[in-house]
Design a protein around this ligand. Structure first.
Ligand SMILES: *[C@@H]1O[C@H](CO)[C@@H](O)[C@H](O)[C@H]1NC(C)=O
Ligand SMILES: *[C@@H]1O[C@H](CO)[C@@H](O)[C@H](O)[C@H]1NC(C)=O
Ligand SMILES: *[C@@H]1O[C@H](CO)[C@@H](O)[C@H](O)[C@H]1NC(C)=O
Ligand SMILES: *[C@@H]1O[C@H](CO)[C@@H](O)[C@H](O)[C@H]1NC(C)=O
Ligand SMILES: *[C@@H]1O[C@H](CO)[C@@H](O)[C@H](O)[C@H]1NC(C)=O
Ligand SMILES: *[C@@H]1O[C@H](CO)[C@@H](O)[C@H](O)[C@H]1NC(C)=O
Ligand SMILES: *[C@@H]1O[C@H](CO)[C@@H](O)[C@H](O)[C@H]1NC(C)=O
Length: 407
């Protein structure tokens, strides 16, 4: 009897012990889980600035609804979309573009445009297994004087960007085969400062960049532009942005409204008229809208002549007309107009310092996807070629990596 009681007692104790032990282990485990979650949260909130609620280096799904792009440009266009007839025809159309480093050699603008419009049907784009790319489109007279800085910027990010350069057709030099700019010149035509040939070149760049279906964002840059953040930051900022960055405002002065011509009525009214920096950033839908617009562009070509400059009014007015909700109305390319003249400040060797660049990087508060964000500008101009050497010494700080360690 006593033996039975003792055994019963010890069994209870053992059970109790096991329960206590498991309770202890359980609480330890949940503590660890809680701590883990907390630390993870801390790391995540520290690691991503409020600019990037969703820091996806490789977004798995497309952020834009593409289905309507081919069916509805939102614009009456005199350029009918040739109906797709067989996948064979489609293959012939896409044969040329840059799946390797060689660009096509089609020089006829209308033909490039036609291809650009039909080249990415819904089926290809919406499959979602392509990594979206940012197209960097350079408008330059000859070679890019700041190319070595851009090389550092692009280094190690192959597959996430495409480069297109529009130069004077007289310029035929190629950079070395190892350069990211090797064979990235598109078939170009002469550009005169201040008239429609400038916007023709922008549209030519867009049409060529649209031929690569992976390009999702399109940035127009000049030969005096520099990046002020590293590639990862620039890529995430653009790929995750819900709107595009096209400077657009209603300038009541003679340099704004004063340039409007009533002959653009009824299609473009004074209320539609906008002014903005030439250096835009657009998504695929707006890029398609810009190249396929045959309704407004002729009005600008005919009725916006100096002192009206097509490149300062066309894209901002067009986007204001057709898709104002897709624009942040601000440019992502910083420039200093504070000297008051007709041209912005050009930086020379003596002007370049980390303080100048930090000032551009943290210039003010901007709205980004509905939140306040400390990053307003990803690029800056105008940097004279003689600033290159100083800029290269700032690469470790500017791009957040130490060159002597990574090379
Ligand atoms: C469809 O393709 C055939 C041959 O592949 C061609 O003869 C015909 O013109 C095409 N139709 C259209 C509408 O493009
Ligand atoms: C690139 O593509 C073009 C056109 O398809 C082809 O002629 C050329 O040989 C290719 N170049 C390389 C390096 O693969
Ligand atoms: C642009 O300006 C040049 C002269 O500066 C002129 O010869 C040319 O015809 C103009 N082109 C257009 C499209 O207005
Ligand atoms: C940009 O400007 C247009 C036209 O003035 C306006 O409709 C739109 O709401 C503005 N967008 C932002 C983000 O302020
Ligand atoms: C940014 O916004 C915050 C809060 O709205 C404000 O305290 C700060 O002074 C602003 N900074 C600049 C540079 O405007
Ligand atoms: C890029 O810059 C950001 C800050 O702007 C930094 O947090 C990040 O580590 C940098 N990335 C690389 C790969 O250097
Ligand atoms: C880069 O690394 C080298 C060697 O590790 C070091 O001497 C140098 O100070 C570093 N430079 C910067 C800007 O961090």
């Amino acid at each position: 009897m006593t033996g039975f009681v003792r055994e019963f007692y010890s069994r209870i104790r053992r059970k109790f012990h096991i329960t206590i032990t498991s309770l202890f282990l359980l609480s330890m485990a949940s503590f660890v889980v809680l701590l883990g979650t907390f630390t993870f949260k801390l790391l995540v909130s520290e690691g991503s600035s409020p600019c990037f609620p969703r820091l996806n280096r490789f977004p798995t799904s497309m952020s834009y609804p593409y289905s309507y792009i081919l069916s509805n440009f939102g614009l009456p266009s005199s350029l009918p979309h040739p109906p797709f007839n067989s996948s064979l025809e489609l293959k012939t159309l896409i044969r040329a573009p840059d799946h390797n480093s060689t660009l096509h050699s089609v020089t006829d603008d209308q033909e490039v445009k036609r291809r650009a419009i039909v080249v990415c049907p819904n089926v290809i784009v919406s499959s979602g297994n392509t990594t979206p790319k940012v197209a960097f489109m350079f408008l330059s007279r000859g070679s890019l004087p700041l190319a070595p800085l851009w090389e550092k910027f692009f280094m190690g990010h192959e597959g996430l960007y495409s480069i297109y350069i529009h130069t004077s057709p007289k310029f035929v030099d190629e950079p070395p085969v190892t350069s990211v700019f090797y064979k990235r010149k598109i078939p170009s035509k002469p550009v005169q400062w201040g008239n429609a040939t400038m916007v023709d070149a922008e549209r030519r760049l867009l049409a060529n960049a649209l031929l690569d279906c992976a390009n999702e964002r399109f940035v127009l840059l000049s030969e005096t532009c520099i990046p002020v953040f590293n590639f990862t930051t620039v890529y995430n900022y653009l790929i995750n942005a819900k709107q595009s960055f096209i400077g657009s405002f209603d300038d009541p002065r003679p340099t704004g409204r004063g340039r409007y011509n009533k002959q653009m009525l009824p299609k473009v009214s004074l209320a539609d008229w906008r002014k903005g920096s030439q250096w835009f950033e657009v998504n695929r839908k707006l890029a398609l809208n810009i190249i396929s617009d045959e309704m407004y562009y002729p009005l600008f070509r005919n009725y916006c002549n100096p002192p009206c400059y097509v490149d300062e009014h066309y894209v901002s007015t067009l986007v204001n007309k057709i898709s104002p909700e897709l624009n942040t109305n601000r440019s992502i390319t910083w420039v200093d107009w504070t000297n008051g003249g007709p041209h912005p400040t050009q930086y020379e060797r003596k002007d370049v310092s980390m303080a100048l660049l930090e000032g551009i990087r943290q210039v003010s508060n901007c709205t980004y996807n509905g939140h306040t964000c400390s990053i307003c500008f990803l690029f800056a101009r105008k940097f004279h070629p003689n600033t290159l050497e100083s800029l290269l010494t700032m690469v470790p700080v500017l791009f957040g990596f130490n060159e002597s360690n990574t090379m």
